[in-house]
Design a protein around this ligand. Structure first.
Ligand code: ADP
Ligand code: MG
Length: 343
């Protein structure tokens, strides 16, 4: 008798492996489905313009811990992570839907607090909340947001557009959100051991704000438009710089080299990394949740990009097929894509 096949565990496959397995045989039936799985958002042909659509879900105990995440901030962040994916297509978000599954441990006031954050995000980013779903759960809270954005067809940017010798650019700074999470976790652990000790969060404002109240980079998309920047490939940084570089390289069938000393890291992130005996570079490469934009431009755009304060050039696209970090000693270390959740 043939032996029964041992079931494959989810952790063996990992987040990206699982998505690939589930979606590899999909063939799109409609001409209007311009892009399906595989970018920050799907793209649908709507004649003159197109719509981009993206969904991201946050689950209690996996993506957030309500011991230290205020519900209003959580609502705001649940919208931000989705708007970030819309901007990552060079599109303007217009609508969202919000679905929640919620257990009886939550009061009406608590859910209203969550929605105060969602409404604030909609006001700030000029987005309409147009629907959703509300169901009960056995334990905990899950929030799933779908964002819909608009762009002219020729303006949509994909992960796959990187060209040989392109400059690789990143907005803002990296690693701070991860370090903010480490401080929140440290204080939670101390409090759980001794309830009389109040969390010590003074002086950590920047990294805590980066973790608890991220902002999607609408301003960078506006800058692209205002300056006429020729962007070839675009992605947002949700899983860490390293993963997103690998995604761009894989989708574009290219490689890249980046230089650690060029990676933008805020001084307060560097200070906290030291305090926690962590490497700030590791937080920047693998930490995730930065919600910055990573993009490539032809060398002809060098002056425009180099003269803009909020953007750093961190490397260039190669034809090696590998994403490589070039150390100060000139050695190349290959970067890998790590799923943020890691089952
Ligand atoms: P991002 O980090 O930009 O939100 P993800 O890594 O979550 O992107 O997803 C990568 C791609 O896989 C996206 O195109 C997304 O729509 C698709 N995807 C993720 N999970 C599923 C799923 N369960 N079924 C179908 N497509 C999925
Ligand atoms: Mg994304």
């Amino acid at each position: 008798m043939a032996k029964a096949k041992t079931p494959v565990s989810l952790s063996e496959l990992g987040e990206f492996g699982l998505i690939e397995k589930l979606t590899k045989d999909i063939s799109l039936k409609h001409k209007t489905s311009l892009k399906g799985v595989g970018d920050d958002a799907a793209v649908i042909d709507c004649g003159e313009t197109c719509r981009v659509i993206t969904t991201d879900m946050l689950t209690e105990g996996i993506h957030f811990n309500l011991m230290y995440v205020p519900l209003k901030h959580l609502g705001y962040k649940a919208v931000m992570v989705n708007l970030s994916d819309v901007y990552a297509m060079n599109a303007i978000p217009k609508q969202i839907t919000v679905s929640i599954s919620v257990s009886s441990k939550f009061s009406v006031e608590a859910i209203e607090e969550l929605y105060a954050g969602i409404h604030l995000a909609c006001e700030t980013y000029d987005v309409d909340l147009i629907g959703g779903d509300t169901v009960s759960s056995l334990t905990g809270l899950t929030i799933s947001v779908t964002a819909i954005g608009e762009a002219r067809k020729e303006d949509v940017k994909y992960r796959s557009g990187a060209q040989l010798n392109d400059l690789i650019c990143v907005s803002g700074d990296l690693g701070a959100a991860y370090l903010g999470l480490q401080i929140l976790e440290r204080e939670k652990d101390i409090y759980e051991k001794d309830n009389s000790i109040q969390p010590h969060l003074d002086g950590y404002d920047y990294i805590l704000e980066r973790q608890l109240k991220p902002e999607a980079r609408k301003d960078i998309i506006e800058w692209f438009k205002a300056e006429g920047i020729k962007v070839n490939a675009l992605i947002d940084i949700s899983d860490g710089l390293s993963s997103e570089l690998v995604h761009i390289c894989k989708a574009s069938d290219k490689g890249c080299q980046i230089y650690p000393e060029k990676i933008p890291i805020n001084q307060s992130a560097t200070d906290v990394a030291k305090e926690l005996e962590l490497e700030d570079l590791v937080a920047a490469l693998h930490g995730g949740e930065d919600y910055e934009l990573l993009f490539t431009v032809p060398i002809s755009e060098y002056d425009k990009v180099n003269n803009f304060d909020g953007v750093s050039i961190i490397g260039n696209i190669t034809d090696s097929g590998k994403a490589v970090l070039v150390t100060a000693e000139g050695e190349g270390v290959e970067l890998v894509a790590q799923g943020w959740d890691g089952f």
